[in-house]
Design a binder for this molecule. Structure first.
Ligand code: G4P
Length: 527
């Protein structure tokens, strides 16, 4: 590869930031995403963001279930340019019924933005998504939203981050007043105040100051709020964590920003700091060692498969995260698992309604590939060599149902449906050791509805789902498995690869089994 091409690849890699926003529904993810896109003048949108609130207008009507429930089942990608950066936002389903797809999407992100409602603090879905990010050790940036509303004290929220999520935080800015009294924020890094102006907070006045004691702030915000600000920041200076980029990059310290997405307040400051601090695409582990994004040979992996985005067709779209090299439309790559060369001729970059053919893309970008049924989640694609990227983790299901086919004559189609939907990652399938019953496991209830709907719609099979009382799945690694030991409030099953898994009804049953089987390992994900 010539030096010029080499440099170009390096530049393209360095300017990219690929991240996901993790939050609990209603924290303001849609609003924040919209504001970010406005700054960037989005170049590729997965339908308008607001559209995923189906009450407004339905973006992706590829499945009626989405319309019925008023939610978007699948996640997609938005891309925009800002200040010389190319930003990819991986969108994750925001509804409570999120699925394993949400988790898998996080594996394609290089960093995460954790969005928290100032009044509600850390909520259930945020905890789950945070844990997936924390496991990978990716940097997490926190935005405390809805500062224009009455909420919890910033110190209280910082403590909660530490207590509940186990992460320390370093405030990059600090509110001057809150709720109705909110008049602005103090930027601790740049030593400047940003003040809300007007009733609708539509204009923002930015004023450089010496430090937070500067009398200019007193003039602008009044004695009471300035005294409070000085008190808070003195305390932070003495007792708070120092900003430490290395810790941020390892995901041990989260930079904390305060703002109000709907008022577009603090969003730009957040975006600029984020782009500066968040990492560009990182190397990924593979059978050939670490693959650097600047490696001249193209490589990537499939992290998500989505069926029937266009109801008129039976096609699937496989979402590929580019790991290294330059992607070009029409290029031939090795599909490593099947050992065949394939031509990537219909790549799409943006992924809901108006598909947009992409000619070239770089590490950190996500490309949608037309999939006539040849891809599986975790498949590696590479140019020249047989690189296999680390397997994507399977996430422990939390809801289980026994499945049976209503019409025994349809058994063949039923099996085909189960196989394909497992491949796509819609469901996980287990078989009980005792009676060979089929048990499906999912992360969100909606996945069962999707399963039922698609089995009927695509495979012509009516299935019956019977909810099972289990809540936890643990993969068992033990030399001698004794099924009789897993009968009380639990059941022993095998996953599709033949690994032993125990499903437990409650934590007590799980703890008891662990105590009774001290030599066995109980893993949250498949070994
Ligand atoms: P989500 O995608 O995380 O589910 O949240 P979304 O952005 O839809 O925001 C949830 C609600 O919170 C919306 O109100 C939105 O307007 C509001 N919101 C977002 N950011 C702020 C903020 O900074 N301050 C205040 N006060 N509210 C905020 P809604 O009434 O549910 O919907 P809508 O009719 O306004 O769209």
């Amino acid at each position: 590869m010539s030096k010029a091409i080499d440099d170009m690849l390096q530049q393209e890699v360095e300017k990219r930031r690929t991240f996901a926003i993790i939050s609990h529904p209603d924290a303001g993810k849609t609003t924040l995403t919209e504001k970010l896109l406005l700054f960037g003048g989005a170049i590729r949108l997965a339908g308008t963001v607001k559209a995923r609130k189906a009450s407004k207008h339905a973006t992706s009507d590829w499945m009626e279930i989405e319309k019925q429930r008023g939610i978007s089942v699948t996640s997609s990608v938005m891309q925009f340019d800002y200040n010389g950066h190319r930003v990819n936002i991986l969108d994750t389903p925001g509804h409570q019924d999120f699925s394993e797809d949400t988790y898998r999407t996080l594996t394609a992100a290089d960093s995460a933005v954790m969005l928290i409602d100032v009044a509600k603090g850390v909520e259930a879905q945020t905890i789950k998504l945070f844990q997936v990010c924390a496991k990978r050790g990716i940097p997490i940036f926190t935005f405390i939203n809805k500062l224009d509303r009455e909420g919890r004290s910033p110190f209280d929220l910082m403590e909660e981050l530490e207590q509940v999520l186990g992460i320390r935080s370093v405030p990059m800015n600090w509110p001057i007043g809150t709720g109705r009294e909110l008049c602005g924020v103090y930027d601790r890094m740049k030593n400047q105040v940003e003040l809300f102006q007007g009733n609708d907070h539509s204009t923002i006045q930015v004023q450089k100051v010496e430090d937070y004691n500067d009398p200019v702030i007193r003039e602008m915000a009044g004695d009471y709020l300035h005294d409070q600000l000085c008190q808070d920041l003195e305390l932070l200076d003495v007792a708070g964590d120092q900003f430490d980029l290395e810790k941020v990059q390892k995901g041990e310290l989260t930079p904390l920003f305060f703002g109000s997405a709907i008022n577009n307040f603090g969003v730009q400051t957040f975006l600029e700091n984020f782009l500066q601090l968040a990492p560009p695409p990182e190397p990924r582990r593979s059978t050939a060692g670490l693959i650097e994004p600047t490696n001249e040979k193209f490589s990537g992996y499939i992290f998500k498969i989505q069926a029937n985005m266009n109801p008129a067709h039976r096609d699937r779209i496989a979402f590929m995260r580019i790991v290294s090299g330059k992607f070009q439309r029409g290029m031939t790559v090795k599909h490593v698992r099947v050992g065949k060369d394939i031509k990537l001729s219909q790549p799409q970059q943006f992924l809901a309604q108006d598909r947009d053919i992409v000619d070239e893309a770089y590490p950190g970008d996500i490309v949608g590939l037309f999939d006539p049924g040849i891809f599986r989640i975790g498949d590696s694609l590479s140019q020249g060599s047989e690189i296999v990227f680390d397997e994507l983790p399977t996430f422990s299901p939390e809801i289980f149902s026994k499945v049976t086919v209503k019409n025994a004559l349809k058994h063949k189609q039923y099996q085909k449906g189960i196989d394909q939907l497992t491949e796509e990652g819609t469901i996980q399938v287990f078989h009980t050791v005792s009676f060979d019953d089929t048990i499906l496991g999912v992360v969100g209830q909606l996945q069962f509805e999707v399963f039922e709907y698609r089995m009927k719609g695509e495979y012509g099979v009516d299935v019956q789902l019977q909810r099972m009382p289990y809540q936890f799945a643990r993969w068992i690694v033990d030399d001698q498995i004794d099924p009789s030991k897993f009968r009380i409030n639990s059941t022993l099953v095998k996953d599709k690869k033949g690994n032993y898994v125990v499903l437990f009804e409650n934590e007590y049953a799980m703890r008891t089994a662990m105590e009774k089987n001290p030599t066995a390992k109980f893993l949250e994900t498949a070994p």
